[in-house]
Design a protein around this ligand. Structure first.
Ligand code: GLV
Ligand code: MN
Ligand code: MN
Length: 469
C-alpha cells in the first residue's frame, strides 16, 4: 500500500510515461494491437504487478490486473448474482475499473490512459478490498483501425460476433488475423520490435530513419511486448460483477464553465458509425467534358455539406445532434484522373435514440438524391450502432457521495463521447466520473487535465472504493 501522495505522484508520472508510447514518433498514436498498443499493455502490466495484482491478457488484447479480496473485509451482498456466484458466495463478485489504452491518431495523453492508471493508483492507496477488483486496459475503444469501436470491451462481454472478425483494416488485415497475430506474438507487417532503449523506426519519408525513445521498462524487459504475460480468455457474464466504474476526462466544457474539478455521468449518448461509398466513373481529367463527368468526389462533397447543414440546424443542434465526416478516401487518387469512387466515414450521435435513427434515415435519403442527380451511386454500410446507455443509479449515487465533499456539488452531466461502459453495460451496472479538461479539448495533443484535478479524481475514486459494499 502507498500513501495518497506517493500514489498521486506516481500516477502523474505514469500518465507522462504512457503518453510517450507511440507508433509515430513526434505524435501519440496507438491503434488496436499495434506495436505501441502492445507495449503500452506491457508497461501497464508492470505497474499492475507492482501494485500486487495478478496480470493476464485476453484474446481481445485487453490487459487485466486482478487484486484479490481481503477476506477479513468481506461483506455479504445479494444483488446481481449469477448461479456460479451463488455457489461460490457473493464475496467473489468483482468490481471492474478501467478504460482504454488505444488512442486516436495524434492524440492527447489523458483520453483512456487516465482511467486505467488512476484505477491502479487508487488500489495502491486502498489495498485489497472486501471483494476482488479487476483493472482493465481495453485494447480498443476508439475504433481507428477497424472503424468499429469498443473491440476490447466487446470481447470482454462476449459481444465480438463472428461477422466482426471479418472486418479489415486499411492494410487488408482482418480482425481475426490481427487477433491471431497478437496471440502468436507477431506484430503487424513492417513493424520491428524494440531491442534497446533507443530504437529506430521507419520515418514517414521513405528511406530516412528517425530515432524515438521507448521507456526502458518495455524494451529492456521484453522480446515481444506480450511475452511474459499470460494469455487467457476472460469474459464477464450478466450479473457476475458488482459493476464497471470508469474515470475519464470530460472532453467538453461543462465542468470548466462550472469551475468544478469532477462530475458524475448520467448517461452516454447513442451513436452510429457508417461507411458511405459514392461510386461514379474514373476518367481523363484533361479530355472528359464537364457535363459528362461522373465525379464521385464532387458528389461526396455535397453529401458532406448536407451532414453539416443537418447538424447545424438550430433545432437539431439544440437537441444535441453531432454529425461528423472525419475520414475520406478518394480513388484512384491521382491529380489528373476524375475521382471514380469516394468512401467516407460518418459519425452520427444524438442523446435520443429515436431522433438519431429518424435524422440518420433522412440524411441517407439525401445522399441518395444527391448521387442520383449526378448519375452516381451511393451505398451506406453501418459499422456500428449503439443506443444511449444510462448509468446505474446506485453506483452513480455512491460516486456523487464521494465527490460532494470535494466540490460541494452533486454535479450530473451527460457524455456525448462514447466509452467502454456502453459495452460493459450489457453485462453489469456502470458508472463514470468525469474530470475537467482544459477548454474541453480532446482527441488533440494539447488535451490537458491539471495535476490538481487528477488528484481530486483520485481522492474521489479512493473514497468511492472505500464505501462500495
Ligand atoms: C471516443 O472517443 C468517441 O469517439 O466518442
Ligand atoms: Mn477518445
Ligand atoms: Mn476515451
Amino acid at each position: 500500500m502507498s500513501s495518497f501522495e506517493e500514489a498521486e505522484a506516481r500516477l502523474l508520472e505514469r500518465i507522462e510515461m504512457l503518453g510517450e508510447v507511440t507508433d509515430t514518433p513526434g505524435a501519440l498514436t496507438r491503434t488496436f494491437l499495434s506495436r505501441a498498443n502492445q507495449e503500452a499493455a506491457a508497461l501497464v502490466a508492470s505497474w499492475m504487478k507492482g501494485a500486487g495484482m495478478r496480470v493476464g491478457h485476453d484474446a481481445g488484447g485487453t490487459i487485466r490486473g486482478v487484486l484479490g479480496a481481503n477476506i477479513e473485509r468481506r461483506t455479504p451482498n445479494i444483488e446481481h448474482r449469477s448461479e456460479r456466484q451463488r455457489e461460490e458466495g457473493d464475496a467473489a463478485r468483482p468490481l471492474l475499473l478501467g478504460s482504454h489504452i488505444d488512442t486516436v491518431i495524434d492524440a492527447g495523453k489523458y483520453d483512456g490512459a487516465l482511467g486505467v492508471l488512476i484505477a491502479i493508483a487508487a488500489l495502491e492507496v486502498t489495498g485489497p478490498l472486501a471483494f476482488p477488483v479487476h483493472v482493465l486496459g481495453f485494447s480498443d475503444e476508439e475504433g481507428v483501425r477497424f472503424q468499429a469501436t469498443y473491440l476490447g470491451s466487446r470481447a470482454c462481454v462476449g459481444a465480438l460476433g463472428a461477422e466482426m472478425l471479418e472486418m479489415r483494416d486499411a492494410e487488408g488485415i482482418s480482425l481475426e488475423e490481427a487477433l491471431e497475430r497478437a496471440r502468436a506474438g507477431k506484430l503487424r507487417e513492417g513493424e520491428g520490435r524494440p531491442t534497446q532503449n533507443i530504437e529506430r523506426r521507419r520515418s514517414p519519408v521513405e528511406g530516412v530513419q528517425v530515432e524515438a525513445s521507448v521507456p526502458a521498462v518495455v524494451s529492456a524487459e521484453l522480446e515481444h511486448p506480450l511475452s511474459g504475460i499470460r494469455l487467457e480468455e476472460f469474459r464477464y457474464g450478466p450479473g457476475e460483477c458488482r459493476g464497471y466504474v470508469e474515470v475519464h476526462i470530460e472532453q467538453a466544457r461543462v465542468l470548466e464553465e462550472a469551475g468544478e474539478a469532477v462530475g458524475v455521468v448520467s448517461a452516454i449518448s447513442g451513436q452510429s458509425r457508417l461507411k458511405i461509398t459514392i461510386r461514379g466513373q474514373a476518367d481523363h481529367a484533361g479530355t472528359t467534358p464537364m457535363h459528362l463527368r461522373k465525379d464521385a468526389l464532387t458528389g461526396a462533397a455535397e453529401c458532406v455539406l448536407a451532414v453539416e447543414r443537418l447538424a447545424r440546424d438550430s433545432a437539431n443542434a439544440a437537441a444535441g445532434l453531432m454529425a461528423t465526416v472525419g475520414k475520406l478516401e478518394v480513388s484512384p487518387g491521382a491529380g489528373n484522373v476524375i475521382p471514380g469512387e469516394v468512401r467516407f466515414a460518418l459519425d452520427f450521435r444524438h442523446p435520443d435514440d429515436g431522433e438519431r435513427e429518424r435524422l440518420l434515415e433522412g440524411l441517407l435519403g439525401q445522399f441518395g438524391d444527391i448521387a442520383a442527380a449526378r448519375g452516381l451511386e451511393a451505398f451506406a454500410k453501418t459499422m456500428q450502432s449503439n443506443a444511449a446507455v444510462p448509468c446505474d443509479a446506485a453506483l452513480t449515487a455512491r460516486l456523487l457521495d464521494a465527490a460532494e465533499p470535494l466540490t460541494g456539488k452533486r454535479r450530473l452531466l451527460p457524455s456525448g463521447a462514447g466509452h467502454d461502459g456502453v459495452m460493459m453495460a450489457t453485462a453489469m451496472p456502470i458508472a463514470m466520473l468525469f474530470v475537467r479538461c482544459r477548454a474541453g479539448l480532446s482527441h488533440h495533443p494539447d488535451e490537458y487535465a491539471s495535476p490538481e484535478d487528477v488528484g481530486a479524481a483520485l481522492k474521489v475514486l479512493v473514497e468511492f472504493l472505500r464505501g462500495v459494499g
